[in-house]
Design a binder for this molecule. Structure first.
Ligand SMILES: NC(=O)c1ccc[n+]([C@@H]2O[C@H](COP(=O)([O-])OP(=O)(O)OC[C@H]3O[C@@H](n4cnc5c(N)ncnc54)[C@H](O)[C@@H]3O)[C@@H](O)[C@H]2O)c1
Length: 428
């Protein structure tokens, strides 16, 4: 289906990037929205975009400028919520798409947030720790006018972590003159963070994987799992699958691909990555592999957990797997989705599979407001229940409407968002 979209002037219609991928997904859900489709245009343009210049003084005394963004896609159901990405390839289109996927994800698991996302176009590996801190603090001050515990709450994403969140929180506290721990989530435990947050996205991927495997008749014990990305999401998912008896047969990250048909030693691989910065050179492997050959490896479960637009139509043709769990945001293009549906590969979409992170971010925010902290067991049990319930709701919609799990998640989520929009009405 190709629909003509009324595009804002700041986008290049010939190269829409990830935002174009998101628009196609919205086209697929629109016929299922009934009378709410009258409001669908609201999902096709972000509510607010802030583009900022982030200057810092480098350690050598020179001045460097970086491009920063915060996009608030939709706030009909609550304050904005979404991560901050530091990566050299960050673009406005990408941050827009990521913010929109947050709108869908938050509604899919029914946490009371809208969708937002931020990023800086920088390779943080080129910065010293001091430079990274100055960059984070200046970026926070530039976006401070639109973020806040009841306005928009950033969190970690690619190349940002607990330390970056602590600097963001401190910068916001200095500007506002009070300590608002609820302004960001994914903070260190010592500073209002939540137990279980670091592992939450990978844990949620695992829970979604258990549900999907049960539907497909795949036993987790002995299942062959291939993972792209061995950071927060992919690394934790690898550990959880290995602990449950699955064989993690291949891992790819930005440094290379390691393969062992009998199952990699995931704990040793973590140690290796912590020491040398990537999987390359890991001694416990059968073979190192060319980048693109990774997609041809036969597996039961494939977890893309790195960046978006990895599974293109050409890659989808090569894939030999039964279940795809999208740990990353936007890893599969709509064209690839169609091929995978034809091949009967079950795709658990990002907006469901990786929602564990924002779910525990929500728990963190609630704990910060009440200054009352829960045990890790309580957090994991609540997370598991929310993921299982969301999976079941999506599965039922997919069966009822005979659509993919992605379109089913969009139906459930966009209905919730647009119902809120309709009942609130337009201001003024
Ligand atoms: N951290 C979260 O809570 C969270 C929540 C939801 C979704 N996500 C999504 O999950 C994905 C990964 O996020 P993360 O937090 O784990 O990031 P991370 O920075 O911790 O890890 C990223 C991983 O991807 C790998 N990678 C980068 N470029 C690659 C390439 N070209 N080929 C292969 N591997 C490559 C890196 O080596 C690293 O192992 C992103 O799409 C992110 O938006 C993260």
């Amino acid at each position: 289906m190709t629909t003509q979209h009324a595009l804002p002037s700041y986008l290049n219609p010939d190269d829409l990037g990830p935002w174009g991928q998101y628009l196609k997904q919205i086209d697929r859900v629109t016929p299922h929205l009934g009378s709410l489709s009258r409001w669908v245009e609201t999902l096709k343009r972000p509510k607010r975009i802030l583009v900022v210049d982030v200057p810092i003084e480098r350690d050598d005394g020179s001045i460097a400028h970086y491009e920063g963004y915060r996009v608030q896609h939709n706030m009909s159901r609550g304050p904005g919520k979404g991560g901050v990405r530091f990566h050299q390839d960050v673009t406005l289109s990408e941050v827009m798409a990521l913010s929109a996927w947050m709108t869908v994800k938050n509604a899919a698991v029914n946490v009371p947030y809208g969708g937002a996302k931020g990023g800086i176009r920088v390779d943080p590996k080129t910065l010293s720790k001091g430079e990274l801190q100055r960059l984070t603090r200046r970026y926070t001050s530039e976006i401070a006018l639109i973020i806040g515990p009841t306005k928009d709450i950033p969190a970690p994403d690619v190349n940002t972590n607990e330390q970056v969140m602590a600097w963001m929180m401190d910068s916001y506290a200095m500007i506002e003159g009070n300590l608002s721990t609820g302004v960001v989530t994914g903070k260190p435990i010592s500073m209002g963070g939540s137990l279980g947050r670091r592992e939450a996205t990978g844990r949620g991927v695992f829970v979604a994987g258990q549900e999907a495997a049960a539907k497909r008749g795949v036993k987790i014990e002995g299942a062959r799992v291939a993972i792209q990305g061995f950071g927060n999401v992919g690394g934790v998912a690898a550990t959880m699958f290995a602990n449950a008896g699955a064989k993690v047969i291949a891992v790819q990250d930005h440094t290379g691909t390691v393969v062992h048909s009998g199952g990699l030693d995931v704990a040793q691989l973590h140690k290796h990555v912590a020491e040398v910065g990537g999987v390359k050179g890991f001694p416990g492997v059968e073979q190192f592999m060319e980048r693109d050959a990774f997609w041809g490896i036969e597996s039961d479960i494939l977890i893309p957990a790195a960046l978006e637009q990895q599974i293109t139509a050409a890659v989808a043709q090569q894939l030999r797997t039964k279940i795809i769990l999208e740990g990353a945001n936007g890893p599969t293009t709509p064209e690839a989705d169609d091929i995978l549906a034809d091949k009967d590969v079950l795709v658990v979409p990002d907006v469901l599979a990786n929602a564990g992170g924002v779910t525990v971010s929500y728990f963190e925010w609630v704990q910060d407001f009440s200054s009352f902290f829960w045990t890790e067991d309580e957090i994991n049990a609540r997370l598991t229940r929310i993921m299982q319930d969301a999976f079941k709701s999506v599965w039922d919609v997919a069966q009822d409407k005979n659509v993919t799990l992605r379109t089913a998640t969009f139906i459930l989520a966009c209905t919730r968002v647009l119902q809120a929009r309709e009942v609130r009405g337009l201001y003024p």
